[in-house]
Ligand binder design. Structure first.
Ligand code: ADP
Ligand code: UDP
Length: 238
């Protein structure tokens, strides 16, 4: 059997991916399936750190957030990611995966603070580390948090699990003619404003030469294929 292409990865899970077919919140069957796919790659010996989004919960409160001060809304969004991180940790525990949550905002009764050295140690011990609260700063996204934490923990790749199966020439949700790239350079993704990841995240990864893989969370077995270096989704490369 061939070996995984990566030893350490940073997996960005979209909050909305946890909704399944629900309107918002966390869908039990969906989260269980996602963690079992993560377990498959952990069982291959891959060290996995996760940055989780918050769109599934924040969308539910979005009407209330309308007209709100942006920074306040962003802090609420970050707290939503902490809830997802806890749900993810719990779901991992249920299938025998040992996971730790670290939060970029201090809420020590709930989660330990982000400490880089400790996160790396956990990874070396074979535990999954889930980073909650994004970067801890308003006006950023969890995609940027994924790029940042990916660099900090020396991940070999940032893998974005999202609602579409790669980077397209245009938004495939609105343009049925859009074509998927197998690979694309950072410069092209940034200048063409392809949206699948925000420009701050793309620029950070470009400058540190940290590749990004974009694949669909809805496609069973896709994560493992990416890990095995097989052709799946889109690779964004320097
Ligand atoms: N060029 C493109 N290629 C792929 N997806 C795109 C593109 N432009 C816009 N999108 C949209 O970007 C979405 C993924 O980005 P985002 O909303 O940041 O996801 P996430 O919640 O997973 O972080 C997709 O659902 C897709 O509809
Ligand atoms: O470093 C960060 C990360 C996230 N957020 C807030 O948290 C929300 C949830 O994150 P995101 O939208 O990236 O989640 P996803 O789309 O992946 O579910 C964002 O909309 C922001 O309001 C933030 O302010 N700073």
């Amino acid at each position: 059997m061939s070996a995984p292409a990566y030893k350490r990865i940073l997996l960005k899970l979209s909050g909305e991916a946890l909704m399944g077919d629900d309107a918002y919140g966390i869908n039990r069957a969906t989260i269980t399936r996602i963690v079992s796919e993560v377990k498959e790659v952990v069982d291959l010996g891959v060290q996995v750190a996760v940055v989780i989004g918050g769109g599934n919960i924040f969308r539910g409160v979005a009407p209330a957030a309308e007209g709100m001060d942006r920074a306040t809304a962003d802090y609420m969004g970050m707290l939503a990611t902490v809830m997802n991180a806890m749900a993810l940790q719990d779901a991992m525990k249920n299938i025998g995966l040992n996971a730790r949550v670290q939060s970029a905002l201090s809420i020590e009764q709930v989660a330990e603070p982000y400490i880089r050295g400790k996160a790396i140690r956990y990874l070396e011990e074979g535990r999954v580390v889930i980073f909650g609260a994004g970067t801890g700063n308003p006006f950023f996204t969890t995609d940027t948090a994924a790029a940042l934490r990916g660099m900090e923990i020396n991940a070999e790749i940032v893998i974005k699990a999202t609602k579409v199966d790669g980077v397209y020439t245009d938004d495939p949700k609105t343009n049925p003619e859009a074509m998927r790239y197998k690979t694309i350079s950072f410069d092209e993704a940034i200048t063409k404003n392809l949206k699948v990841m925000d420009a701050t995240a793309l620029t950070l990864c470009r400058d540190q030469k940290l590749p990004i893989s974009v694949f669909s969370i809805f496609k069973q077995g896709a994560l493992k294929k990416v890990i095995m270096g097989e052709d799946e989704g889109t690779m964004v490369l320097p």
